[in-house]
Design a protein around this ligand. Structure first.
Ligand code: CTP
Ligand code: MN
Ligand code: MN
Length: 522
């Protein structure tokens, strides 16, 4: 026996007679051995057998101990799960759990040749001093056969999935959305993203999840998200989510970030000061930015979903204005409404002209025109830099206006008519900007101007959903060595931009099947 066997207690985890090296006995007083740290170069006495020990539930110190033990006996133990691994050994995990873990690691590409084994195979082999034959009792039991290899796998990229607006797993996605928001409220972007990815993949499933086994082979589901799903399957609700919804902090952050112009950082500062509602902002005497002032003034209107009819009416107002300034210009509705949504938080409009260059200077003229008609309640203009901004990440450099427009009661009502009165402040006192009875309402509108040559990219980039866009860019970068944003697609190796006249062409450049907007609700 080696030194490891002396002095420790009998291993309580399994039937192996190995002794557990107890941390407190370490003379150097250092931390537990790190998995994979070996004292001597390992000899591989058993070619064709490469072991990987799953740390989940086993724990890192026990894993390190077992790794050392096997290596001393001439077994090859890999620290990471690579293609060469033949024997995956786990402890206290079910076969289903291990499959789920593997699917997450490999994106569903787990090789069929890998043996999933219980610790009993490992201990039998250690006792025997060589890899023992794999018996049925050594194998982890998987509750149902693995999905047919012919069956198409679910991609880990939202841009390779079809995600309709109406899906079957709303009870789970609503819960995950709350957790995502809550994580973002504490600036845990990574955790927020994990919940968003989980929600996104559930939206794409063509069936309602009714048991955990339904999720086998489904990527993008982290342990936490699975736990929430399981809770909901068992109890109908998730205690954690209910707790978040009840928490004062979540409610305050939700209300404060609901003010146009207020981000997480500002809302957090105010929430810590005890502010709870937009009304508190007015009485607190805080200095508000121009944007935040508009946000408070039109709070109720801006938090009342924009209907499709209202979006169309805004589209008509803008189109009429654009045509009177620049005949031949085109106005396209993008964002959620282009994906088929019946309601949204704003109206996203893309404006271009088939003769490249004609669109220059259009935004200023357009907003002046809207202002002269009494339709422009607020705007913040973002100057276009003209460049393609491929280093700038997802943000684009178009000339655009984040605005609040005034919409008459009748969808399609003429701007400049009696509805566009100049007494909106009297009609809608600060902080109580309800539309009832005053004949108009405030609507958030994003106006984006783009050169015609970038129209397809701008349209694709602004149609969303955000999760779909994120994965399109990730796919381009990781799978194609290309860089995508709302201006173009850049091929890194060839050092060139790929022109595209339609969204379909962009999907073709990326080697992706075309996904129409109503299927991009990831
Ligand atoms: N977008 C962008 N740059 C911004 C804001 C938005 O590129 N500064 C893109 C995002 O990719 C997003 C799309 O424009 O997917 C629409 O954004 P937004 O209006 O925020 O979301 P919608 O999907 O339209 O949802 P909603 O109906 O709530 O407006
Ligand atoms: Mn939108
Ligand atoms: Mn928008």
């Amino acid at each position: 026996m080696t030194g490891f066997f002396g002095g420790g207690g009998v291993c309580t985890h399994c039937r192996c007679r190995a002794m557990v090296p107890l941390k407190r006995r370490r003379k150097d007083g250092g931390a537990a051995p790190i998995a994979g740290v070996q004292e001597r170069a390992p000899v591989n006495r058993f070619p064709g057998v490469e072991i990987f020990l799953l740390e989940r539930r086993m724990g890192s110190s026990r894993r390190a101990f077992l790794t050392q033990l096997a290596r001393r006996k001439g077994f090859r133990v890999q620290d990471t799960l690579g293609d060469s691994v033949t024997h995956l050994v786990s402890e206290s995990n079910s076969g289903d759990e291990v499959w789920e873990w593997l699917d997450r690691q490999t994106g569903g590409q787990t090789p069929g040749s890998l043996s999933l084994l219980d610790i009993s195979w490992f201990t039998d082999s250690m006792e025997t001093g060589r890899p023992v034959e794999i018996l049925d009792r050594h194998r982890l039991q998987v509750s149902a056969p693995r999905s047919d290899p012919e069956e198409p796998r679910i991609s880990a990229y939202a841009c390779q999935r079809r995600t309709p607006l109406d899906h079957l797993n709303k009870i789970f996605t609503d819960a995950l959305e709350v957790l995502a928001e809550n994580a973002e409220f504490s600036e845990s972007e990574g955790r927020g993203l994990a919940f968003r990815k989980a929600g996104s993949v559930l939206r794409s499933l063509p069936f309602a999840v009714s048991r955990m086994e339904d999720l086998r082979g489904v990527p993008c589901l982290g342990e936490h998200s699975r736990k929430i799903i399981q809770e909901i399957l068992e109890d109908g609700v998730s205690g954690e989510v209910e707790g978040v919804l009840r928490s004062e902090r979540y409610r305050a952050m939700k209300a404060l970030t609901g003010v146009f112009g207020v981000g997480v950082k500002t809302a957090d500062r105010w929430a810590r000061e005890g502010l709870r509602t937009p009304g508190d902002l007015l009485t607190s005497g805080h200095r508000l930015s121009r944007e935040q002032e508009a946000g408070v003034r039109y709070y109720e209107d801006l938090n009342c979903p924009v209907t499709r009819a209202e979006a169309d009416a805004i589209g008509e107002i803008v189109e009429e204005a654009v045509h009177s300034i620049l005949p031949g210009a085109r106005v396209t509705l993008m964002g959620g409404f282009r994906r088929g949504k019946e309601a949204g938080h704003d109206v996203d409009l893309l404006i271009t002209h088939p003769e490249e260059g004609k669109e220059e200077g259009l935004l200023g003229k357009l907003t002046s025109w809207l202002d002269s008609q009494g339709v422009l309640l607020y705007q913040r203009v973002s100057e276009g830099s003209g460049g393609r901004g491929r280093e700038s990440g997802p943000m684009d450099h178009f000339h655009r206006s984040f605005s609040i427009l005034k919409l008459g009661e009748q969808p399609g009502a003429q701007p400049g008519a009696s509805s566009a009165d100049q007494t909106q402040e009297a009609a809608a006192p600060r902080g109580q900007g309800g539309a009832q009875g005053r004949g108009w309402r405030a609507v958030r509108v994003d106006l984006v101007i783009c050169p015609y040559s970038q129209y397809a990219y701008a349209l694709l980039g602004w149609t969303g959903s955000q999760q779909f866009e994120r994965d399109l860019r990730r796919f381009a970068s990781q799978e194609r060595d290309m860089s995508l944003n709302s201006h173009g697609l850049y091929q890194r190796e060839q050092n060139r931009y790929l022109p595209a006249a339609s969204e379909e062409e962009i999907f073709t450049h990326l080697g992706l099947e075309f996904i129409p907007p109503p299927q991009r609700n990831a």
